[in-house]
Design a protein around this ligand. Structure first.
Ligand code: HEM
Length: 443
């Protein structure tokens, strides 16, 4: 347990509030960093004892049952991600257990002024909720997250291509928002694609995520209406016996070769530089581009494959994510290695071979997906798969070349279907006193 706890404590960008280390300003409960109002409103039985212990009062039940596990369990709730910063949260933040993606279209008549007011409201609410405070905008708080801490909540805002003409900001539209090229394997549903505004919500608690979703939806008021919404999930923190990259619904360890925030060229690959290169508008400094694809997995077909065939499709072992050429999850694959039969051990059409930066002129992206499961589809198969979200400084040097290559000859193609697509410009993070997108909307 302590190992797992350590893993979550150390996650980059996640601040775990610890007893006796935090300030005690009047708005916050001493020693937890969680709002006093939330704790007092909910701790109830735990009351002052919960506060004194410095663990989330709502977890008092666990504490009574197994004291040695209580701290690890409550860590999930107390983790908080800062809202303000150079980049928006929810990009390099470690994967969340729960996520909502929502696209909005501006209502007829809503222009730049109304959009600016909406982003101001949304930012204020996102900041408060991420700090574990109640939602104050748009009426009273629904109470859904009352007894939980911030649970690593992040809210990330993006602009779709259509936003700019609707708000009279056409000249500020980055060229990188040009429509993605069509791919031969696309089966895209326009009603679940694109959108003027995009919001990504992530949390390690499903109720905290839903609470944020409702608060933000309500605040859209008459300015914007929901175009589509998708709900996703990942493994819960602490569920695995040891720290391990998450699995997708095909059972594969997914995310191994992602660029790491600790690597020196991480920011160059993922974020627009400050100042941006010529041709990119100044308001995108510190921003990123998100490509969102709802990718259905044809699980009935996939699950009929033998384990060996499944592993050949990816080029990695299912059990531990190691390349088929041996070693552990982090061992570099030996792409030239041949087996006794003379064939490449990692087949020429293996997904991990042809998606690699080396096979795509260095194209790199940060994949930060959620799994989804929306029940059984009309065809009687699971409506399940991957809400694929990838982040990059330039989609034409990240997603596009890689997807072109995958589209032509990925062994995985027979088992997946791209059903929806979006491309969003995600501005840099808001400084203290600023709202997200202010540098665009007040330019
Ligand atoms: C449901 C669809 C998909 C599944 C199940 C899937 C699964 C995987 C798995 C298991 C790996 C190997 C482990 C890892 O490095 O993460 C991988 C690697 C990768 N995938 Fe996918 N993937 C899917 C779609 C895509 C798409 C649409 C793209 C981009 C267009 C993509 C880009 C990559 C990249 C860049 C790598 C890392 C390659 C490397 O650096 O060696 N994947 N994927």
């Amino acid at each position: 347990m302590s190992k797992t706890r350590q893993e979550h404590d150390d996650r980059p960008g996640v601040r775990t509030t610890r007893p006796a280390e935090e300030g005690t300003d009047s708005a916050r409960a001493p020693s937890t960093g969680i709002s006093r109002r939330r704790l007092l409103g909910t701790a109830g039985v735990a009351g002052a004892t919960g506060l004194a212990l410095g663990t989330a009062g709502g977890a008092a039940g666990y504490a009574a049952a197994r004291p040695e596990e209580a701290t690890a369990l409550t860590t999930v709730g107390t983790n908080a991600v800062p809202f303000h910063g150079t980049h928006q949260p929810g990009i390099s933040t470690p994967a969340h257990a729960r996520g909502h993606l929502i696209a909005f279209d501006l209502a007829p008549g809503a222009r730049r002024k109304e959009a600016a007011a909406l982003l101001r409201r949304w930012s204020a609410t996102a900041r408060a909720l991420m700090a574990g405070e109640p939602a104050t905008g748009g009426g009273h708080d629904t109470g859904v997250a009352l007894d939980a801490g911030p649970s690593s909540l992040t809210v990330t805002f993006g602009f779709g291509r259509t936003f700019f003409d609707r708000t009279g900001l056409g000249e500020q539209r980055p060229a990188a928002l040009d429509p993605l090229p069509p791919f031969s394997s696309d089966h895209l549903d326009p009603g679940r694609s694109d959108g003027d505004l995009w919001v990504q919500i992530g949390s390690d608690d499903a109720l905290v995520a839903f609470h944020a979703l409702r608060a933000l939806q309500k605040e859209a008021g008459t300015t914007a209406r929901v175009r589509w919404q998708m709900n996703g999930f990942n493994r819960s923190p602490g569920a695995a016996a040891h720290p391990i990259t998450s699995r997708n619904l095909m059972g594969q360890i997914d995310g191994t070769k992602n660029p790491k925030p600790s690597e020196p060229d991480f920011a160059r690959k993922i974020f627009v530089p400050t100042p941006p290169a010529a041709g990119t508008p100044a308001w995108m400094a510190g921003g990123s581009y998100a490509v969102v694809r709802r990718i259905r997995m044809l699980l009935d077909d996939w699950e009929k494959l033998s384990l060996h065939k499944q592993e050949l499709v990816i080029g990695r072992r299912k059990s531990d994510g190691a390349p088929l050429t041996g070693g552990t999850e982090t061992t570099e694959p030996d792409l030239d290695k041949r087996g006794p039969d003379g064939n490449l051990v990692i087949p020429s059409n293996a997904h991990a071979r042809i998606s690699a930066p080396e096979a795509n002129a260095g194209a790199a992206m940060l994949r930060r997906p959620f799994s989804f499961h929306d029940g059984i589809g009309a065809d009687g198969t699971p409506d399940a798969g991957l809400l694929f979200i990838c982040w990059q400084a330039d989609p034409l040097r990240g997603f596009v070349p890689v997807q072109r290559k995958l589209d032509r000859g990925d062994a995985l193609s027979a088992f997946i279907r791209h059903e929806a697509s979006g491309l969003f410009a995600v501005p840099g993070g808001a400084a203290e006193g600023e709202y997200v997108g202010q540098r665009l909307l007040e330019s």
